[in-house]
Design a protein around this ligand. Structure first.
Ligand SMILES: NC(=O)c1ccc[n+]([C@@H]2O[C@H](COP(=O)([O-])OP(=O)(O)OC[C@H]3O[C@@H](n4cnc5c(N)ncnc54)[C@H](O)[C@@H]3O)[C@@H](O)[C@H]2O)c1
Ligand SMILES: [Zn+2]
Ligand SMILES: [Zn+2]
Length: 367
């Protein structure tokens, strides 16, 4: 049986999404049909719309989602119909070396980057039968999606879908960059450059870890005010002398600096914000092929470290329930990250607002 769903589709060129009716087939063996409750609008979707990353197309966008399991294919064991799940945009194969080492985020067996299920196909088509590719094999900007079992992680039903959707990308990425990748000890001085949905999640993670001071940098005063509400102790406008202010506030440079925009210029700023032996964490993702330049002699002589952070080093089946529990315990104010709850039809406005540096996080809420 196939069902219809309203979905936001990128036809491969141009920065607009077309919201149209698509067809969603039944889940195959090891797959799960999810009725979406909510989907966040993430900066990574914007990279695709703005032509910065190439993907198979037409693409059903969205990779930050949560919903209800509507049906399961043969052999599915981890989730059952009616379960509430957060979707992972990197479904682990559970067989490769990285998976065996507990590094699901580094899985080499997944085909999520190709927007394909493990068998090399998808369950989504246009009404004329054309194959549609779910972005990162998640395709959360659709009323229904079919994902591998390992991409659907059960969470408590008390977590509302709008909050749960964010656990699937911005929160896992931002909090994970602090606790899994950088492993920030309490009392560490820290800087966050770029306070969108992911950067504010880094701020939340730093507050959770007990970092101090927590210095937030952005071009937008509204984003800096949000950063303060999530635990930033100082704010610095990006158009000022950021390095001088960070050096002054920290007394010589920060122990940790997170770049959460993906611009070569701000990535190049990172080493200059760090204290001797400090660590820079690269979370923001640039356009394909972009390069950044650093003073290698200075980096080496001062013993600084630069690390890449992918999906916050998350193991979805471990980290998503943990993050949901921290939310339920009142330790992560995830509701406050949502600035706008919108209908799917308003998705293009959400990307325009993001391009203008407005809104902390737009979340599409499905009926
Ligand atoms: N590494 C990962 O696993 C991972 C996961 C998710 C998202 N990301 C990436 O993280 C980045 C941020 O995503 P997002 O959803 O938060 O995007 P966003 O657009 O909501 O946030 C970007 C923020 O940067 C600010 N900004 C822009 N230019 C600036 C400048 N020159 N100086 C200081 N601030 C500036 C904007 O005002 C905005 O607040 C994107 O590149 C996205 O692809 C990475
Ligand atoms: Zn794997
Ligand atoms: Zn994302």
């Amino acid at each position: 049986m196939t069902r219809t769903a309203l979905a936001a589709v990128h036809d491969g060129s141009g920065d607009r999404l077309d919201v149209r009716t698509i067809r969603v087939a039944d889940p195959g063996p090891g797959e799960v049909l999810v009725r979406m409750g909510a989907s966040g609008v993430c900066g990574s979707d914007r990279h695709v719309l703005d032509g910065e990353w190439q993907l198979p197309s037409p693409t059903v966008m969205g990779h930050e989602g949560a919903g209800v399991v509507e049906a399961v294919g043969a052999g599915v064991q981890d989730v059952a119909v009616g379960d509430h799940v957060v979707l992972s945009w990197c479904y682990p194969c559970r067989r490769c070396r990285a998976c065996a080492q507990g590094k699901a985020w580094a899985c080499t067996g997944t085909r999520s980057g190709e927007c394909l299920l493990p068998d090399g196909t998808t369950r989504l088509t246009d009404e004329d039968g054309t194959t549609l590719y779910p972005y990162l094999a998640a395709g959360t900007m659709s009323e229904y999606s079919v994902v591998p079992e390992s991409a659907a992680v059960r969470i408590p039903k008390e977590v509302p879908f709008d909050v749960a959707s964010l656990i699937g990308c911005s929160i896992a990425t931002g909090v994970g960059a602090v606790v899994n990748n950088a492993r920030v000890p309490s009392g560490s001085s820290s800087v966050v450059i770029g306070c969108g949905g992911v950067g504010l999640a880094v701020v939340m993670g730093l507050a959770l870890a007990g970092a101090d001071p927590i210095i937030a940098v952005d071009t937008s005063d509204a984003k800096l005010a949000s950063a303060r509400s999530f635990g930033a102790t100082h704010t610095v406008r990006a158009d000022s002398d950021v390095a001088a202010q960070v050096v002054e506030i920290t007394g010589g440079g920060a122990d940790f600096a997170f770049e959460v925009i993906g611009r070569p210029q701000t990535i190049e700023q990172v080493p200059g914000l760090l204290a001797t032996a400090g660590t820079g964490v690269l979370v923001g993702l640039p356009a394909e092929g972009e390069k950044a330049s650093i003073d290698v002699l200075e980096l080496a002589e001062s013993g600084k470290t630069l690390i890449g952070s992918n999906y916050g080093g998350a193991v979805p089946s471990v980290d998503f329930p943990k993050l949901a529990q921290l939310y339920l315990a009142g330790r992560l104010p995830l509701d406050a990250l949502i600035s706008d709850r919108i209908a799917l039809a308003e998705v293009n406005d959400a990307f325009d607002a993001m391009r203008a540096g407005e809104r902390t996080r737009s979340v599409i809420v499905f009926d």
